[in-house]
Ligand binder design. Structure first.
Ligand code: FMN
Ligand code: SF4
Ligand code: SF4
Length: 456
């Protein structure tokens, strides 16, 4: 069985599954249950100054009957006194010495306040800190959370204050509510952070009640923007994690990945994008701590099936696969192939190809299912993949790689060899008017064959 143990910035845990700072990690009672279920670590619900939460603090997004695809919240940091949390954190670490216990912190942006909270929190014996520069609501209105995390200078400054006194690893939890998360990750590094966690919640309004016109959650008729999390945010989180992992100036920066992780596959994806641990909040709020059993079994089986001895071998495995459009081979081709045995004749692929792409799927008489099956005209198919994405039957439409006819040609090569294609003749080598004329020449000399008509 593969070794699931891993660490982030020297914070060791028996498996990569950590509870993200939030409702599931707000007390010793819960953390005991979580560790007994098998979670490898916890980032305790953010500890700081006094807050008072509202009743009604969550708004769920259901999509076509599937519950909680997204979760919006206007919850603040822990509403339990800091001393109560610290005493319970110390006990949790004492009872479960092999698990990662990280304390999330957020206090006012004053150097002495950070020094004081860090020194006090270290007495718990916790393994590390996570600085919450991310919450986009409530605390940010008090100049904390995302109000800090959106300004690289503040991120660097406060991380620096913490590092002046901290003797355990410091992770900086980054907000996604920023155009380029690499800038704040770089600022965290400049401030001395030992690692980063990404992402916190995304600014959002989750929905509006069409009877009352109140936004959700409604606090006695009033609403607000809140932080969005859950499965729907995973693609955004993966991108942000990967952009940190791929930045050469951040090479080697440990990352704890967060955002929409629900299944072992999600966790593996975060690790392939560069995270060495994965934090989970909404999925626990949906399914409870028992979820970790599925995560452990699934990931362990996956590693065994691939002959990998350690979960660490996944970390960053896909980062080098992220490139730029300009380098893609425009002559690499796939075509949609429909399995006549699997097609149930619903017509979905015909509709979407007709209305969005090139109208190259039609019925042929079939003896299978309802007597008609869909068939692709390969000469017209542009290999976009839309039909296979919408087909309700698993593996009914597959995208088949075509034999290579022409040598590789990228947009960057095209630019280098014939000039920069653009809209205006004065500023570009080739305009739309010239483009078709130039294509046959390119086909001859460079092998371009797929330009000109486009969808139509
Ligand atoms: C209800 C709720 C409360 C949260 N409270 C905190 C918090 O106190 N501190 C913090 O750093 N992040 C907090 N978060 C953000 C989560 O730690 C996490 O970054 C985010 O929810 C994305 O992960 P998920 O999709 O697994 O939920 C909270 C999230 C939710 C949903
Ligand atoms: S969407 Fe799939 S099942 Fe439906 S007609 Fe097309 S190939 Fe057949
Ligand atoms: S891959 Fe795109 S173009 Fe080809 S059949 Fe499917 S939808 Fe049509």
């Amino acid at each position: 069985m593969a070794d699931l143990s891993t660490d982030t910035a020297g914070i060791h845990s028996p498996n990569p599954f950590w509870i993200a700072s939030g409702p599931p990690g707000n007390s010793l009672r819960q953390v005991r249950l979580a560790f007994e279920a098998g979670w490898g670590g916890v980032v305790w619900k953010t500890v700081g100054g006094p807050v008072i939460d509202t009743a009604m603090r969550y708004g769920g997004l259901d999509v076509y009957g599937r519950k909680l695809v997204g979760l919006n919240n206007i919850e603040l940091i822990s509403d339990r006194p800091a001393e109560v949390n610290f005493a319970e954190i110390a006990k949790a670490k004492e009872e479960f010495p092999d698990r990662a216990v990280v304390i999330s912190l957020m206090v006012e942006s004053v150097r002495e306040a950070w020094h004081e909270v860090v020194k006090r929190a270290e007495q718990t014996g916790a393994d590390g800190f996570e600085l919450n520069f991310g919450c986009p609501h409530g605390m940010s209105e008090r100049n904390m959370g995302a109000a800090v995390g959106q300004v690289p200078e503040y991120v660097e400054m406060i991380t620096g204050w913490v590092k002046e006194v901290a003797t355990i690893p410091v992770l900086v939890k980054l907000t996604p509510n920023i155009t380029n998360i690499e800038l704040t990750a770089l600022a965290a590094k400049a401030g001395g952070a030992d690692g980063v966690s990404a992402i916190n919640t995304i600014n959002s309004i989750v929905g509006i009640d069409l009877d009352t016109w109140e936004t959700r959650p409604s606090v006695d008729g009033k609403g607000s923007h809140g932080g969005y999390a859950g499965p729907a945010v995973k693609p955004i989180a993966l991108h942000m994690v990967s952009s940190i992992a791929a930045n050469p100036e951040l090479a080697g920066m440990p990352i704890s990945g967060i955002g929409g992780a629900h299944t072992w596959q999600d966790c593996a994806e975060f690790m392939l994008m560069g995270a060495s641990t994965v934090q989970v909040c909404t999925a626990i709020m949906h399914h409870g701590f028992r979820l970790v059993g599925e995560l452990e079994t699934g990931l362990s089986n996956y590693l065994d099936a691939r002959g990998l001895g350690s979960v660490r071998e996944l970390v960053g495995g896909s980062v080098q696969r992220i490139g730029n459009f300009g380098d893609f081979d425009l002559n690499w081709q796939v075509r949609a192939e429909i399995s006549p045995e699997a097609c149930i004749g619903c017509g979905k692929c015909i509709e979407v190809c007709r209305d969005n792409q090139v109208d190259c799927i039609d019925w042929v008489d079939g003896t299978v299912n309802i007597g008609r099956i869909a068939k692709v005209d390969h000469a017209e198919c542009i290999g976009c993949d839309l039909c296979s994405i919408v087909c309700p039957v698993q593996d009914c439409i597959t995208m088949e790689e075509q034999p290579r006819v022409l040598p590789a040609m990228s947009w960057n090569q095209l630019n280098a060899e014939v000039g920069v294609p653009g809209f205006h003749a004065a500023t570009s080598g080739i305009t739309w008017d010239e483009f078709p004329d130039r294509v046959p020449a390119l086909v001859d000399s460079h092998g371009l064959h797929n330009l000109g008509d486009g969808p139509g």
